[in-house]
Ligand binder design. Structure first.
Ligand SMILES: [Fe+2]
Length: 362
């Protein structure tokens, strides 16, 4: 088997290549968009066919190459189902296995804490821990829905229960270190060694770290597999139609699942509510769609950044106030409605048919 650890010196990010020289199937874990050409050359050198592009989480410090790798090589993009990246081909869940060739298996270990959707990948004697566990440290928990308590449990109950000699390959290292192992982290990691959960939370709550430079750009982009604005439109179209770019796979039908849990209203009902001033209207489409026309006074809050930006939308401060969401056709708004409900909003409506139907009746 081929195992390569690649480094992005702009963001101190590690990317991992695992390839099977027999079947020629390979995966990349946490690829960075600026290195796409390097990956293509490397895969070509080995004669590998990239089967999966796996993400440990939605990154805040760099943009993934997964969307580009899907476009150029047909690789399946995969990210945790808890990351809100619905254009990914595969929505990963805990315990899932990714297979390479006849017998190689990469197992998913859910390690929430840095973000709710953070996962680690266990392959043979090594675990790729993303930003959950670093060498002598761990990922921060102060944004992107992070939780120090969850991270402590993930590390101590899931990673530290792997065998002591399991090699730890982190998502970053800022001091030029490449690899560690479980026993070393158990015994020397200053945030965890001998620390109670309360002590760990205290440490994490007092790191006072600056906001990552790229966060406003990277998080929304990564939720669309790192694709740019135009490419996102295509991806959204495909997703709305329930299609995937990769032949033989289908994006799980998150939309119909969401629609079972939310309330949809038709255009006429929406018009009445808006006319009576009874609802906050939210447009969850992309910037270019909003710019091309929108409902008067609609607040612009794209689905891709909804959880991320919601705290700065004053109209949504009161979770009991009725909210009406719309998108192009009523699918993204259904997903967004489900998200708002999960966040505690008690009166959420999605406009069936979306702006397309609204414009026709106009
Ligand atoms: Fe991260």
């Amino acid at each position: 088997m081929i195992f390569r650890q690649l480094f992005d010196d702009a963001t101190w990010t590690y990317t991992y290549l695992i390839g099977d020289p027999v079947s020629k199937e390979a995966v990349l874990i946490d690829p960075v968009n600026t290195h796409i050409d390097r990956y293509l050359v490397l895969l070509n050198e080995y004669g590998f066919k990239l089967k999966y592009s796996l993400e440990t989480h939605v990154h805040a410090d760099h943009i993934t190459a997964s969307g580009l790798l899907r476009q150029k090589l047909g690789a399946h993009t995969a990210v945790s189902s808890l990351c809100g990246a619905e254009t990914a081909d595969i929505q990963i869940s805990d315990g899932q296995i990714f297979e390479l060739g006849e017998s190689e298996q990469i197992r998913v270990i859910a390690t929430p804490g840095h973000t709710p959707g953070s996962i680690s990948f266990l392959w043979r004697d090594r675990v790729m821990t993303g930003d959950s566990l670093f060498i002598g440290g761990c990922g921060r928990t102060d944004f992107q829905g992070g939780s120090a308590a969850d991270l402590y449990d993930s590390i101590t109950l899931r990673l530290f229960t792997l065998s002591d000699d399991t090699l730890v390959y982190p998502g970053h290292d800022y001091q030029g270190r490449w690899v560690s192992n479980i026993i070393q982290e158990k015994t020397t990691n200053p945030r965890l060694s001998g620390k109670s959960k309360e002590e760990f939370i205290e440490i994490m709550n007092n790191l006072n770290l600056p906001k990552p430079k790229l966060i406003d750009e990277a998080v929304p982009a990564n939720r669309y597999c790192g694709l740019d604005e135009n490419e996102r439109q295509d991806a959204v179209e495909r997703r709305d139609k329930g299609q995937s770019t990769v032949q033989g796979t289908r994006t799980p039908d998150l939309v119909s699942a969401a629609k079972q849990h939310i309330t949809e209203i038709d255009i006429e009902q929406a018009r009445q509510l808006i006319a009576n001033g009874k609802v906050v209207v939210i447009d969850v489409r992309e910037e270019s769609e909003y710019a091309g026309g929108h409902i008067d006074d609609a607040v612009f809050l794209p689905r891709g950044v909804l959880e991320f930006k919601i705290g700065s939308v004053s109209e949504l401060a009161d979770k009991t106030k009725p909210v009406l969401l719309y998108c192009r056709s009523g699918n993204r708004s259904a997903l967004a409605a489900k998200t708002l409900q999960d966040l505690g909003y008690t009166s959420v409506l999605s406009m069936a048919g979306g702006y397309e139907a609204w414009s026709k009746v106009d």
